[in-house]
Design a protein around this ligand. Structure first.
Ligand code: KIV
Ligand code: ZN
Length: 522
């Protein structure tokens, strides 16, 4: 399906546009704190992502702050802020990316008949005018402007051609063709991108981009088909996080291009050995677990169970492996540190695992590591990762767990005494409950009254053994908004309290968002 009209240069580099912090973070439950977003953005920047869509600045002050901070610190990546086709959105996005070395405004408007009739109440001609005005406004603020036609794959191609032409004429430098509802299939998407590139008179003045949702499980296949038709930017997310069934997974598109270079003659600038680390980081920050059999980054992606496979692997790993685990950053679990390890060794280990902590965060993490090493015989890389991720996720939170005592057992009722830091003030409460977790959550609720319902409570062990750290995830729902919280500790109840409090912190962030949910979820 390769388009033979391209030059060799065009055929080569595919820009990776990561939207984990925007499309990914807007998916129900995946709210991230500012610290978590900064940490994810730093890694994306360091691993060679070309464009980071850092958020939707008009959505809330928190989103604006995250985009501005990421824009200020990014070393290499272009930082994009999303804006509806509304003047106030565009100004806000322009302001948020102003301090970036290279900033981009990404503005979008619906183009499909169903969206025009039911969502916008506008005619095709009116939308064309809006495109010209909003892209022009964006170009007056910044040189790098991306325009997206929302629900492009359900838009008649003749009309989509007119929209794309208008956007490029007004100065758009990237044209994104989203499969917003995950409806298209590879052949159809290939044909659409090819038709746009061939039929729009000024098509050669912009980079074409693909943005595919995974409702039919075709997001990666569709994205690659779009590239074969001449698109040179793929919009994707770590772990395929995103609205509904998610977006195309970054790790999958990147490894597909790398592994099948023989028939897909394209390159990305991604340092693939960082993929597993990025996956873990995003999974922790969003509290969305990665399924065991997830391609590239799942726990079982390189595990061989059957005798025949193991036998083949021992003789030649290529018998059953098309990629080398080390190329995506899979490390064999190593016993690393113990209670005699000092600060220097701990810092070395953190840097080997890819963490750069400031002095205060380092000292907090080191103290927690020492406490852990006192309680736990073997401290594995995974333990240190869980501990540091937990430390990063609480930095900047307004609610923190200070101490917890629980009285549990057959006698009942179970009782919890918790002390929390609430905006710098320590408060203590004691509550009973139906079991120790219930008592703990009741005590937290006594300090922080709220109406959120707990809809999920999940525990899993970070490593093996009864002294393993517990990682707890909770999901909270309030007024139709969902957030997920996560906490880790060798004590399951402490991990539970941390997870619940992390959920409450995220709920506070979610409450600030001013846009109607339907518009956030684009
Ligand atoms: O899925 C979609 O259409 C989007 C656009 C805002 C690009 O996320
Ligand atoms: Zn999307």
């Amino acid at each position: 399906m390769t388009d033979t009209t391209q030059t060799a240069d065009e055929r080569d580099h595919v820009f990776i546009f990561d939207t984990t912090l925007r499309d990914g973070e807007q998916s129900p439950g995946a709210t991230m704190t500012l610290e978590e977003k900064l940490q994810v953005a730093d890694l994306l920047d360091a691993m060679g992502v070309d464009i980071i869509e850092a958020g939707f600045p008009i959505a809330s002050n928190g989103d604006f702050e995250a985009v501005s901070k990421i824009a200020e610190r990014a070393e290499n990546a272009v930082i994009a802020g999303l804006a509806r086709a509304i003047p106030g959105d565009i100004d806000r996005a322009g302001e948020a990316v102003r301090k970036a070395k290279r900033g981009r405004i990404h503005t979008f408007v619906s183009t499909s008949p169903i969206h025009l009739e039911f969502q916008m109440g506008k005619s095709q001609e009116e939308v064309l005018e809006i495109i010209t005005k909003t892209v022009t406004q964006s170009r007056n603020l910044i040189d790098d402007v991306e325009w997206s036609g929302m629900d492009a794959t359900r838009t008649p191609v003749d009309y989509l051609c007119r929209c794309v032409e208008a956007a490029i004429k007004a100065g758009a430098t990237t044209i994104n063709i989203p499969d917003t509802v995950g409806y298209t299939v590879p052949e159809e998407y290939f044909a659409l991108i090819k038709a746009l590139r061939e039929r729009v008179p000024n098509a050669d003045k912009a980079v074409f981009s693909v943005h595919c949702h995974n409702d039919l499980g075709l997001a990666v296949a569709n994205s690659i088909a779009g590239v074969q038709a001449g698109a040179r930017q793929i919009e994707c997310t770590i772990n395929g996080l995103g609205e509904r069934a998610g977006n195309a997974a970054l790790e999958e598109v990147v490894m597909a291009l790398k592994t099948r270079r023989d028939i897909l003659p394209y390159k990305t600038g991604i340092e693939t050995t960082s993929l597993v680390r990025a996956s873990k980081m995003v999974s922790t920050a969003s509290a969305f677990p990665v399924q065991f059999n997830k391609a590239i980054v799942g726990k079982n992606a390189f595990a061989h169970e059957s005798g025949i496979h193991q036998d083949g692997m021992l003789k030649n790993s290529e018998t059953y492996e098309i990629m080398r685990p080390e190329d995506v950053g899979v490390k064999s679990t190593s016993l690393v540190m113990g209670k005699h390890s000092g600060r220097h060794a701990f810092r070395e280990k953190l840097s080997e695992l890819g963490y750069e902590l400031g002095d205060n965060a380092f000292m907090d993490a080191f103290k927690r590591f020492k406490d852990l090493a006192d309680k736990k015989k073997h401290v594995f890389d995974e333990d240190i990762e869980a501990l540091v991720e937990d430390e990063i996720s609480v930095a900047g939170d307004t609610l923190k767990v200070i101490s917890l005592t629980v009285i549990a057992g057959t006698g009942g009722p179970q009782k919890a005494i918790i002390t929390m830091d609430v905006n710098g003030v320590h408060e203590t409460r004691e509550e009973n409950g139906d079991g120790p977790v219930d008592a703990t959550f009741n005590a937290i609720k006594a300090i922080v009254p709220h109406n959120a319902n707990l809809t999920l409570y999940q525990v899993h062990a970070v490593t093996e053994g009864t002294d393993a750290q517990a990682e707890v995830s909770v999901r909270l729902e309030e007024d139709g908004k969902t957030v997920t919280g996560r906490g880790a500790d060798t004590d399951t109840l402490v991990a539970s309290a941390r997870a619940y409090v992390s959920g409450l912190n995220k709920l506070a962030i979610r409450r600030q968002r001013s846009l109607p949910e339907a518009l956030q979820a684009v």
